[in-house]
Design a protein around this ligand. Structure first.
Ligand SMILES: O=C(O)CCC(=O)C(=O)O
Ligand SMILES: [Fe+2]
Length: 297
């Protein structure tokens, strides 16, 4: 068992250092729950506009909101996607009646599984950085969680738009469940590579804050989603570390991972609070520039 753990930690280390993306098959979330949450997302989005509009908001801190293109006022082109965003842990569990009734129970059930998986994963990622297993959890990397239900409608002219433009995720890490349609791609050595849907898999996606605190040992991969003539495409992105994080704590490269003497380990980033980073990320919008570069020395 101990030997297997070392193997897993090593696999996660390699993937997080090179790709910033990897797929998990043995993650403990039951297939039925994954199936039901995708259906729950579709149920919400396929309601009448009149019902959905009570959730419409662009307010940064609103716990439950429904919109398209968070960067609507900064971007030149909207995304071919609608999103229901739910801040589930802030760090207290959301008050269930705040969630839309058509998918309330399954959002709560899925969140519970994702929370457990995130807590296990962060220990392994902590070890993958050569730190004690509780180090990253101790930095509140899994204390805040937002669950986003994305709905990408079928697109008659997919070459003219995008489901999601090139971006990195601003948080510590994201656990992504996608349906079988495909379209997610990551940028690897300047090539767009398909993240092919694997039935039952959860995609782990390292975010900017983990790149920052790991002093770029882990990569926050740039990714995008193509629009598709087939649809709707459904996905659920669970963001650990969110806009709801109110912490005034400063985050910067972890001191065990830097050195003022070794040229290869000099600190790469300035310290920043999570709310300040989120504000920078969201006011910039997905303009194609890596949001972390703003905090580079
Ligand atoms: O829908 C997907 O596969 C990706 C979603 C995504 O990149 C995000 O929510 O940040
Ligand atoms: Fe993303």
């Amino acid at each position: 068992m101990e030997h297997r753990r070392k193997e897993i930690v090593n696999e996660f280390r390699l993937a997080s250092e090179s790709w910033g993306f990897f797929q998990l098959l043995n993650h403990g979330i039951p297939a039925t729950v994954m199936d039901e949450i995708l259906k729950g997302v579709a149920r919400f989005h396929e309601q009448d506009t009149d019902v959905k509009k009570q959730y419409y908001s662009r307010e940064f801190t609103r716990k439950v909101k429904y919109n398209t293109s968070f960067d609507w006022f900064q971007t030149k082109s909207a995304k071919w996607k609608d999103t229901l965003s739910c801040s589930m842990l802030t760090p207290d569990l959301i008050d269930p009646p705040e969630l839309p009734e058509v998918s309330r129970d399954i959002i709560l059930e899925y969140t519970e599984h994702v929370r457990i998986l995130g807590d296990t994963l962060i220990e392994l990622l902590s070890e993958a950085l050569g730190l004690g297993k509780d180090h990253l959890k101790g930095m509140d990397c899994t204390k805040y969680l937002s669950v986003l239900g994305h709905y990408y409608p079928a697109c008659p002219q997919p070459k003219l738009t995008m489901g999601s433009y090139k971006h990195t995720d601003p948080n510590f890490f994201t656990l992504l469940l996608q349906d079988d349609i495909g379209g997610l791609q990551i940028l690897y050595q300047n090539n767009w590579i398909d993240v092919k849907p694997i039935p039952g898999a959860i995609v782990v996606n390292i975010g900017d804050l983990l790149q920052l605190i790991s002093n770029a040992k882990f990569k926050s991969a740039e990714h995008r989603v193509l629009a598709n003539q087939v649809g709707p495409r459904l996905s659920v992105a669970s963001f650990f570390g969110t806009t709801a994080m109110k912490s005034s704590k400063l985050y910067g490269p972890i001191k065990e991972l830097i050195s003022d003497e070794d040229e290869n380990d000099l600190p790469l980033y300035r310290n920043v609070t999570v709310p300040e980073y989120m504000k920078h990320y969201y006011s910039k919008g997905n303009d194609g520039v890596h949001a972390l570069s703003h905090y580079k020395f």
